[in-house]
Design a protein around this ligand. Structure first.
Ligand code: 13P
Length: 338
């Protein structure tokens, strides 16, 4: 087994998952503003420090994904974030795409950019301590018109080019084609779009000779659009999510991680529990875990509100959510061994 394959597999240690702490400056600013927190560079550093310097996270986290700004910053312990995570056995990672731009051929859709100077950036990220990388594309559903085949194809092509470059640079790639929750679509439609997205992606990954064994897939769950007002049961979500993935994702990849995509922390936990349970019943060939941003941070941010005196309570809420997520994964391991 190569080092890269071993690293990719190590994200799926029982009961552990990934914290996506890779909000861009713009996203972090809006996110924090929604909790009444005014941001500048120091407040963003304090935001990262809230989660990354919390005691005991190594029991639940195998990796943390950073935005480039954080990679060179230090926690309150005066140690750079990637180093303080690595010494606790948590892999530091980096979001390497440079955000989205409208797709000229279908202007309501977005294409992710960032390939131009990617190889040089990968060298500097690796030097700063990152061992894995992430690239996110967004797929919008609108009736039967969107996603267009061209946008799916172009986003898949760029995901594949990125994944190949990351592997050549000796870093694990996480490919994340996020099928958005926003919209009026049904859960069945979301399932069909996830399946089509993955089929397009995996044929492109094969064309670009991307090694599957050291590749991690980050995906949405199959959910009814947020403007339908429909609340899917965890069993329904599990059934349709796994049906889509089983039909389109090759068994050789290192594993599958889920994003939370706007679900509440409880929903994202209950749905993951049902998915891990159903994955065993289905005999899914890959390990599964979480890679959440919002569902892991929301409760803590509501308590923190940017104030030093609220750090202990906020960290307690973060640890409690990690424990709940870890427990639903742990139950699945126990079932597997039973
Ligand atoms: P959410 O869990 O908030 O969807 O974020 C995950 C992520 O990494 C988005 O790129």
């Amino acid at each position: 087994m190569t080092d890269l394959v071993a690293t990719a597999r190590s994200f799926f240690e029982p009961g552990k998952g990934i914290l996506a702490a890779d909000e861009s400056v713009a996203t972090a600013t809006t996110r924090l503003a929604s909790y009444g927190i005014e941001t500048g560079p120091e407040m963003r550093r304090a935001f990262r420090n809230l989660f990354c310097d919390a005691e005991g996270i190594e029991a639940y986290l195998s990796g943390v994904i950073f935005f480039s700004e954080t990679l060179l910053e230090k926690g309150d312990d005066h140690v750079r974030f990637p180093k303080s995570l690595a010494v606790r056995g948590i892999h530091p990672g980096i979001k390497v795409d440079l955000g989205k731009e409208p797709f000229p051929e279908s202007p309501k859709e977005m294409i992710t950019k960032g390939l131009i100077d990617l190889s040089e950036r990968l060298v500097s990220y690796k030097k700063a301590g990152a061992v894995f990388t992430k690239w996110r594309a967004v797929i919008r559903i609108e009736g039967d018109k969107l996603p267009s085949a061209q946008a799916l194809h172009e986003n898949a092509k760029r995901l594949a080019s990125y994944a190949r470059e990351a592997q050549m640079a000796g870093m694990v790639p996480i490919v994340e084609p996020e099928v958005l929750l926003e919209g009026t679509h049904s859960r069945k439609k979301s399932r069909a779009v996830i399946e089509e997205t993955m089929q397009t992606l995996f044929s492109m990954l094969a064309e670009h000779s991307v090694d599957r064994a050291s590749l991690i897939l980050k995906t949405s769950m199959a959910l009814s659009g947020d403007r339908t007002g429909k609340k899917d049961t965890p069993e329904e979500v599990a059934e349709d999510t796994l049906a889509a993935l089983m039909a389109s994702v090759p068994q050789q990849i290192a594993g599958v991680v889920f994003l939370s995509g706007g679900q509440s922390p409880d929903q994202a936990t209950d749905n993951l529990a049902a998915i891990t349970k159903r994955a065993q019943e289905f005999g899914a060939p890959w390990p599964l875990t979480f890679s959440y941003a919002r569902a892991l941070q929301e409760e803590a941010l509501a308590l923190w509100r940017g104030k030093e005196e609220n750090v202990p309570a906020a960290r307690e809420a973060f640890l409690a959510r990690l424990q709940k997520l870890s427990a639903v994964l742990g139950q699945s391991v126990e079932r597997m061994l039973a």
